[in-house]
Ligand binder design. Structure first.
Ligand SMILES: Cc1cc2nc3c(=O)[nH]c(=O)nc-3n(C[C@H](O)[C@H](O)[C@H](O)COP(=O)(O)O)c2cc1C
Length: 194
């Protein structure tokens, strides 16, 4: 079977983002079942209806919408900022929500959300906000919870999760997500008869 086209969105625009490291480690756990593509959000202009028209919509926004639309599923790995999601992620979600009527690129999209922070509850509150936003937009957000409290050395240079119980937990999380996303993905167009 063709690998699942997975759009990975990291909710941080920080150069040494912990969440980017986690996202890379999760993609590794997906192995050859996924063809992952990291979708940029740090180059999107701040949403304004003034530039949201067919003539004025920035090229980066068009690219973002296309990349999310073309994916079979989306994995969002995000920090928590002030007990919510970072503005850079909300901005990307807002742009995507305007791409087409009713939910835009998010509608019907299978999504998994997770994230990490050095704090004790590892993005739990931010993820609840994200789950609500994507749910309202019609995404099929995976059940289950994965809140990762980041400790130095949790992910090594190669992108391997060093703590065995965290690795096993996240492997199971990815396995569940990919199984659901594979089940729900649009069938490939049938090959034409010669
Ligand atoms: C503006 C701001 C607000 C933050 N709020 C929270 C918070 O509510 N909960 C939390 O666990 N960490 C919070 N943090 C700490 C982040 O979790 C930490 O900076 C983390 O490394 C950011 O993720 P990143 O490394 O992927 O960019 C906050 C950081 C900033 C800059």
């Amino acid at each position: 079977m063709n690998p699942l086209k997975l759009a990975v969105i990291v909710g941080s625009n920080r150069r040494d983002s912990l969440n980017r490291k986690l996202a890379e480690a999760l993609v590794r756990l997906g192995g050859n079942r996924v063809a992952a593509h990291f979708v940029r959000i740090d180059d999107l202009a701040m949403y304004s209806i003034d530039i949201d028209s067919d003539q004025d919509r920035p090229e980066a926004v068009r690219r973002f919408n296309r990349e999310v639309s073309e994916a079979d599923a989306v994995l969002v790995v995000t920090p928590e900022f002030n007990r919510s999601i970072p503005a850079v992620l909300k901005n990307a979600i807002d742009w995507g929500s305007r791409a087409a009527p009713r939910g835009g690129v998010w509608r019907g999209k299978v999504a998994a959300i997770t994230g990490t922070s050095p704090g004790a509850i590892g993005t739990a509150v931010g993820q609840q906000h994200l789950r609500q936003i994507l749910g309202v937009l019609g995404s099929l957000v995976m059940g289950g919870e994965a809140y990762i409290s980041f400790k130095p050395g949790l992910i090594d240079e190669d992108g391997t999760i060093t703590d065995e119980s965290t690795r096993d937990f996240l492997q199971a999380y990815m396995d569940d997500f990919l199984a659901v996303a594979e089940k729900l993905r649009a069938p490939a167009p049938a090959a034409r008869a010669a």
